[in-house]
Ligand binder design. Structure first.
Ligand code: MLT
Length: 240
C-alpha cells in the first residue's frame, strides 16, 4: 500500500497496480463505466484534456474538470459521481482531470495491469485478484497533493481484508508488511461507519464545506457496483 503516488518506488512496476481515490475520482470512474460509459480517459493537465477531447465527436464525449474539490469553469462536469447518471454517460467517453486521482493513475500507468478501485466496486477488484493471482500488487492511495489520505488507506484495507478472508489465508501471511496491516486495522475499526470516517478525514471535511454531503454518502457504500475499471491503453480505462 502506498499512500500517495509520490511515495511509489521509482523505476519499478508491480504486476498489478490499483489506484484508489475514494473521494471521489475512482468512485466517479467506476460509476461512469457501470452506467455504460464507453471509457474513461485521464489527464493531469486540463489543456491537454481539451485538446485531445476536441478530436472526439461532441455527442460521444463528456468533459470533467475538478480542482480543489470544485468544478472547473467551462467543463460539463466536476467530479461528482452522482452527476454521472446512466442516461448521461451511456455510450460516451469521460475525459477527466482531477487534483490527485488522475495523477495516481498516470503514476502507475506503465504497470501491465492497472485497476481503479473505490469502496463501491471493492468486491469486483477483489474477485479479479483472486482469479488472476498477480504476484506483486500495489494499492496506491491518491492522497491530497502528496499527503496521506484516511479514506484511501481504509479502502486499501478493505481490499486487503476481503482478500485475506476470501482466500482463506491468515493475516499472519502479511507479517512484515506494516502498511497493509495498518490499512486493515483502520478499515476494521471503521467498516460499519465509513461515512463517519469520511467526516473525520481532511478531504471529507473539504467536500462537506463544498456541500457534497450526498457524494460522501454514496462513496461510503461498499460493493454496490459490479464493475472493474481496467486500463486498456495508457490513461484509458474501460469496464472489463
Ligand atoms: C482528486 O482527484 O483529488 C479528487 O477526486 C478530488 C475530488 O473530490 O473531486
Amino acid at each position: 500500500v502506498y499512500h500517495t503516488p509520490e511515495l511509489t518506488p521509482n523505476g519499478q512496476v508491480p504486476d498489478c497496480a490499483i489506484a484508489v481515490d475514494v473521494l471521489r475520482a475512482t468512485s466517479t470512474m467506476a460509476t461512469v463505466l457501470a452506467g455504460g460509459g464507453e471509457a474513461v480517459q485521464v489527464f493531469s493537465d486540463l489543456d491537454q484534456l481539451l485538446e485531445v477531447s476536441e478530436q472526439w465527436p461532441a455527442q460521444k464525449r463528456l468533459r470533467a474538470g475538478e480542482r480543489g474539490g470544485a468544478k472547473v469553469a467551462g467543463f460539463e462536469l466536476g467530479n461528482s459521481p452522482l452527476d454521472c447518471t446512466p442516461e448521461l454517460v451511456e455510450g460516451r467517453r469521460l475525459f477527466i482531470s482531477t487534483t490527485n486521482g488522475t495523477r495516481a493513475l498516470q503514476r502507475v500507468q506503465d504497470s501491465p495491469v492497472v485497476l481503479a478501485a473505490a469502496f463501491i466496486n471493492r468486491a469486483a477488484v477483489v474477485q479479479y485478484l483472486l482469479e488472476k493471482q498477480p504476484e506483486t500488487v500495489w494499492i496506491v492511495g491518491s492522497g491530497w497533493e502528496g499527503s496521506f489520505s484516511l479514506e484511501d488507506t481504509a479502502c486499501a484495507g478493505a481490499i486487503a481484508h476481503s482478500l485475506v478472508e476470501k482466500s482463506q489465508s491468515s493475516q499472519d501471511d502479511l507479517a512484515g508488511n506494516d502498511e497493509v496491516i495498518s490499512a486493515i486495522a483502520l478499515y476494521s475499526q471503521w467498516q460499519d461507519n465509513l461515512l463517519g470516517l469520511f467526516h473525520q478525514a481532511s478531504h471529507g471535511k473539504r467536500l462537506l464545506r463544498l456541500e457534497c454531503h450526498e457524494d460522501l454518502k454514496y462513496c461510503a457504500s461498499t460493493d454496490i457496483l459490479n464493475v472493474l475499471p481496467i486500463q486498456r491503453e495508457p490513461g484509458v480505462l474501460k469496464s472489463q
